[in-house]
Design a protein around this ligand. Structure first.
Ligand code: ATP
Ligand code: MG
Length: 446
């Protein structure tokens, strides 16, 4: 096929050539073949070979690192890139839903491809551009389909991480999951409890980075419910409120697709209303309200992220965005906007606006235009504040720690005085001018 050979990068060609030159079979395999055929840039290059690990080590000498000998993997470094070179292998029995008991090397490429999870991941490409595709991955790639190699129920039973890998590939590639694979994946979901939370998190974050992550969440909410039980009450939940044209779960999925693909925003969108069912009340007119749901959602989101061992910085940002997602920004007084800019910083404030915009887009159409215009206005005012180079962080304050040291302040006093001054400037009570600020500090001391 045109271009295939040319698209293997020089370092990988070089490694294939060296292996073949020594009389071994060698192919690019897995994700890099899939991505190359799709015209995407592969993240990493894997090579599969008939050479035994010790032969690969000997062949590449100092450029070879025994990074995963137990599984037959040797990392080979080249000046312009490195590849993982793994010996053709067959996996033994799986007893813990994650790892094979043993691995055995084989001389058969087909056996090696048979142990791989999905047909689109089970293709090998030679130096000369020949595609080895015994499980018809090419066809599934063309049809946009994720399908297990072999019998789906057995494959998910062996390794439950494949459940999330399947959902992740479907989301990222925009593929459908073939019905038998879909049924088996859902049926095996309880086995996810055997998977390390960190591994689950890694898959989920990649999945949420997809252009439109909603599709797999809509089709398989019960799978996510295994580790995020809190999501399930949102399904089909009627908000009994005229602002909403969707049930709570559909609203959430629309908001999720509508935020930019940044990690904190995607998690914030997914969880922004998760506390609503706990906060429901009905007024005399029969309209539903959810007082306090932003704080409740933030609290649940924090626990849901902690459960998967998400990094603290991400948890902190996601919960702050959620806590503030319902505080109206349109028409916000100037001083409050500056205060928010100071508290959140520019990037996070922009993300908060993006979250509100997506939340609004996922509500009843008759209210969208007005709120969207209000948020546009906030953005224009934010740009204006930033353009005029207004002071909203210590970096921009007209005095610094050294100035205060010269004034005779010491240690913690300095930090407190700087905070005080920044606050006064942001609130508009003092101009951001050195003389005025120093005078204010002197005045405060005496
Ligand atoms: P990406 O690198 O884009 O995340 P990938 O398909 O390359 O996707 P890797 O984790 O790099 O995924 O694995 C490389 C290949 O190894 C896969 O394409 C697949 O053939 C095989 N593989 C990886 N994990 C599994 C698994 N849990 N079960 C079966 N085969 C797997
Ligand atoms: Mg890969």
């Amino acid at each position: 096929m045109k271009g295939e050979n040319g698209s293997i990068p020089a370092f990988a060609r070089d490694i294939l050539q060296t292996l073949e030159g020594a009389g071994h079979e060698a192919y690019c395999v897995g994700g890099c073949v899939r991505d190359t055929l799709l015209g995407r840039t592969p993240g990493d290059w894997d090579i599969t070979t008939s050479a035994r690990p010790e032969e690969t080590l000997a062949l590449f000498g100092a450029d070879a690192l025994p990074t995963g000998l137990r599984h037959g993997t040797v990392t080979v470094r080249r000046p312009d890139g490195s590849a993982e070179v793994t010996t053709f292998r067959r996996d033994g029995d799986y007893t813990d839903h994650r790892h094979p008991e043993s691995v055995a090397f084989t001389d058969s490429l087909t056996e090696d491809l048979a142990r791989r999870d999905f047909t689109v991941n089970a293709m090998a490409l030679s130096l000369r551009g020949e595609l080895r595709d015994p499980f018809h991955g090419r066809e599934d790639l063309a049809a946009g389909r994720i399908r297990c190699v072999g019998e789906p129920a057995r494959r998910f039973g062996e390794d439950a991480l494949r459940i999330l890998r399947g959902l992740r590939f479907a989301a990222v590639l925009g593929f459908a999951i073939e019905p038998e694979t879909a049924a088996a994946l859902s049926a095996a979901r309880e086995d996810l409890r055997a998977i390390a939370p960190e591994r689950i998190f890694t898959e989920v974050r990649k999945l949420l980075a997809a252009e439109r992550p909603s599709a797999v969440l809509r089709e398989f909410p019960e799978v996510f419910g295994v580790f995020w039980l809190e999501l399930l009450p949102m399904l089909g939940y009627d908000q009994r409120n005229f602002h909403h044209c969707y049930d709570l779960w559909e609203h959430t999925l629309h908001a999720l697709d509508a935020v930019p693909g940044e990690e904190a925003l995607r998690f914030a969108a997914l969880f922004h209303d998760v506390g609503k069912p706990d906060c429901f009340s009905l007024d005399a007119g029969g309209v539903g309200h959810f007082y306090g749901h932003a704080a409740k959602s933030a609290q649940l989101a924090d626990a849901m992220l902690a459960r998967l061992r998400a990094p603290n910085a991400l948890r902190e940002e996601v919960t702050e965005l959620i806590r503030r997602h319902d505080t109206p920004l349109p028409g916000i007084p100037e001083v409050n906007l500056r205060r928010l800019l100071r508290r959140l910083g520019e990037a996070r404030l922009r993300r908060l606006i993006a979250l509100q915009r997506a939340d609004n887009l996922a509500q009843a159409p008759e209210y969208r235009a007005e709120r969207a215009a209000g948020l546009d206005e906030v953005l224009r005012r934010l740009d204006a504040i930033l353009r005029e180079d207004a002071c909203f962080s210590l970096r921009q304050l007209a005095v610094n720690g050294r100035d205060l040291l010269a004034l005779g302040l010491r240690g913690a006093e300095i930090g407190r005085a700087l905070d005080f001054l920044l606050n006064e400037v942001v609130e508009g009570r003092l101009p951001n001018e050195q003389e005025a600020l120093l005078a204010a500090v002197r005045g405060r001391d005496t």
